[in-house]
Write a protein that binds this ligand. Structure first.
Ligand SMILES: Cc1ncc(COP(=O)(O)O)c(C=O)c1O
Length: 381
């Protein structure tokens, strides 16, 4: 297509994302030869029986997947002890997050998220033309139940919190979540993406409170981020409204088969989860020795405050130059942090080796270490 024709076509189309200020970021694609610790994947192969289910599903490639994910939803209902009409299956839980915003918000509506939280939610709210209210976590990352019940979130269409939370990795007692759910007349969306690395979960609340909607994903704890399997669990009326909006054939045959197989073999991941919790502790201790301050994590990642006087973005850049990818967030309050996913032992060894070198260089050669804004202004006084 000629440039002129392309321009004519593009100018005839509405650019909703630009109007709503949610254009794609121009982050480079990840380099396959990097140690990838920036998106909280679980870098282990599938257990053998699950791999076999995936391979068998490949032989069904010419068929459309089963309508409405009926067998997968049935398997999830049995595994989670709920009825099938309390389950929706998604192409990852991010598909389900998208449905929640589309199903429950019209332009001008308000929703609230505990902040800092999973930033994709901000984009979804904007795309819906909704107001995104951020409610800060309480002291020591606690759930500010009274603020949520009485403050600006009280008339939001829904309140969203992740437990464990991303990016902090912190976990609030399920009793606090129950207090919120029981006393609020709003829909509470409880995103349990990382719950398999945590001491407890909110599943037992589901049949007691019709205003609770739980999200689960197999991306983090079941090593299937590239296959895309997620679930929403809630009251049949709430789940029904989401299913009404869902795309036909939203999942593919491999995702459906792997989802069913994972649900039948969850015990096969015990070693995987044990490994991640063990490495999480080992890396926490090692980073603390390097001068980082690490928030105790209940997820498969760590949020670490970089050594005093240094900036998170500087650390991210220094690690990336050594082919180690970690996450950095520009949000206010997170400028001095990096988020590090927990990978294999070999990956974490490599990360620690490079971090140790960078920390030593930063100490010795001050000009290499860009001081934080606060330190810079203190120096110039
Ligand atoms: C808190 C939280 N929720 C949901 C997701 C989406 O996961 P997926 O779409 O892979 O199921 C993520 C991914 O990072 C997450 O951190």
């Amino acid at each position: 297509m000629s440039d002129a024709k392309l321009q004519a076509v593009l100018s005839s189309l509405s650019q909703v994302a630009k109007q709503l200020d949610v254009l794609l970021s121009d982050k480079p694609a990840s380099d396959p030869c990097c140690v990838k610790l920036n998106t909280n994947e679980n870098p282990f192969p599938l257990p053998e029986p699950i791999m076999q289910s995936a391979m068998a599903a490949l032989g069904q490639q010419y068929l459309y997947p089963e309508d409405d994910n009926a067998s997968l939803r049935q398997a999830a209902s049995e595994a989670y002890g709920v009825s099938k009409d309390q389950v929706i299956a998604g192409n990852g839980s991010s598909e389900l997050l998208g449905l929640i915003y589309r199903a429950f918000l019209v332009p001008g509506d308000r929703m609230a998220m505990l902040s800092p939280g999973f930033s994709f939610n901000r984009k979804l709210a904007r795309l819906q033309g909704a107001q995104f209210i951020e409610i800060g976590w309480g002291a020591d990352h606690s759930l500010p139940v009274d603020d949520l019940l009485l403050g600006p979130a009280k008339d939001a269409k829904f309140i969203l919190l992740a437990n464990p939370n991303n990016p902090t990795g912190t976990f609030v007692p399920v009793a606090d979540v129950e207090r919120l759910v029981s006393q609020s007349d709003r829909l509470i969306v409880l995103d349990e993406a990382y719950v398999d690395f945590a001491p407890d979960n909110g599943l037992h609340l589901l049949n007691r409170y019709p205003n609770l909607l739980i999200l689960r994903t197999f991306s983090k704890s079941y090593a299937t981020a590239g296959i895309r399997v997620g679930f929403g669990l809630g009251h049949p009326e709430v789940i029904g409204r989401l299913r009404e909006l869902q795309n036909v054939f939203n999942m593919n045959v491999i995702g459906q088969a792997v989802g069913i197989s994972v649900l039948g073999h969850r015990g096969a991941y015990a070693e995987n989860h044990k490994h991640i919790k063990h490495e999480r502790q080992r890396v926490t201790v090692a980073l603390s020795k390097l001068g980082f301050s690490v928030i105790p994590s209940h997820a498969n990642f760590l949020l670490a405050r970089v050594p005093a006087g240094q900036e998170g973005s500087w650390w991210q850049g220094a690690l990336e130059r050594q082919k180690i990818l970690v996450a950095f967030f520009e949000d206010a309050g997170l400028e001095n942090y990096i988020r590090v996913s927990i990978g294999t032992k070999a990956e974490m060894d490599e990360f620690l080796e490079v971090a140790t070198e960078i920390a030593a260089t930063a100490k010795e050669t001050t000009p290499l270490c860009r001081p934080s804004a606060a330190a810079a202004s203190a120096l110039s006084r």
